[in-house]
Design a protein around this ligand. Structure first.
Ligand SMILES: Cc1cc2nc3c(=O)[nH]c(=O)nc-3n(C[C@H](O)[C@H](O)[C@H](O)COP(=O)(O)O)c2cc1C
Length: 169
């Protein structure tokens, strides 16, 4: 039974983490695209995305959702938008049943609170329990120093054990 990494990234930070994770786990990676892409710059970037996230408005995914039956573990990777989950991941989670899966979470933010985002994922995943979350602030190659922590997270995913964040993000 394999691992599936499902992600959404608008400006590349989540994507940066996912490339490392997918390589380490040797797992399938499903980066979600939306039918009507979000603007990645200016006022519109925050306006439309923030509104959709705040009201949990569903968005149409351009990425087909695969059959999840062959995956025992699903890793959900999202940026924080308006203190909650990005709409593409929110919409994905509403369409799938993760109740029998091991679920791990990867969250990137710009320094705000991630608790509501985590709570929303826990609620939508309906999993018996999210086994761990890796939290990061705008990670990017130039300033990346948390390789050891990300390696511990990947080890926990591979072993199906609980991951507890150590130190600061
Ligand atoms: C619409 C929108 C809303 C955001 N809201 C928050 C927020 O509430 N708290 C926060 O810390 N960062 C917020 N951010 C910043 C992103 O979570 C952060 O930059 C993240 O690392 C971006 O990941 P990405 O480059 O993979 O898209 C927001 C970004 C966007 C585009």
């Amino acid at each position: 039974m394999g691992f599936l990494l499902v992600s959404y990234s608008l400006t590349g930070h989540v994507q940066f983490l996912c490339e490392i994770i997918a390589t380490r786990l040797g797992c399938e990676h499903l980066p979600l695209a939306v039918k009507r892409p979000y603007p990645s710059q200016g006022f519109a970037k925050f306006y439309r995305g923030g509104r959709d996230a705040t009201f949990h408005w569903p968005v149409r995914l351009a990425t087909p959702i695969p059959d999840l039956s062959s995956f025992s573990t699903v890793i959900i990777a999202t940026p924080v938008w308006a203190s909650t989950v990005s709409p593409p991941i929110d919409s994905f989670l509403r369409k799938v049943d993760l109740s029998q899966k091991k679920v791990y979470v990867v969250i990137s933010c710009s320094g705000g609170d991630t608790r509501r985002c985590q709570q929303r994922i826990h609620a939508l995943a309906k999993s018996n329990g999210v086994l761990g979350s890796f939290l990061s602030i705008d990670p990017k190659e130039e300033t990346w120093e948390r390789d050891a922590q990300l390696a511990s997270f990947c080890t926990a995913v591979m072993q199906g054990t609980i991951y507890e964040e150590e130190g600061s993000v």
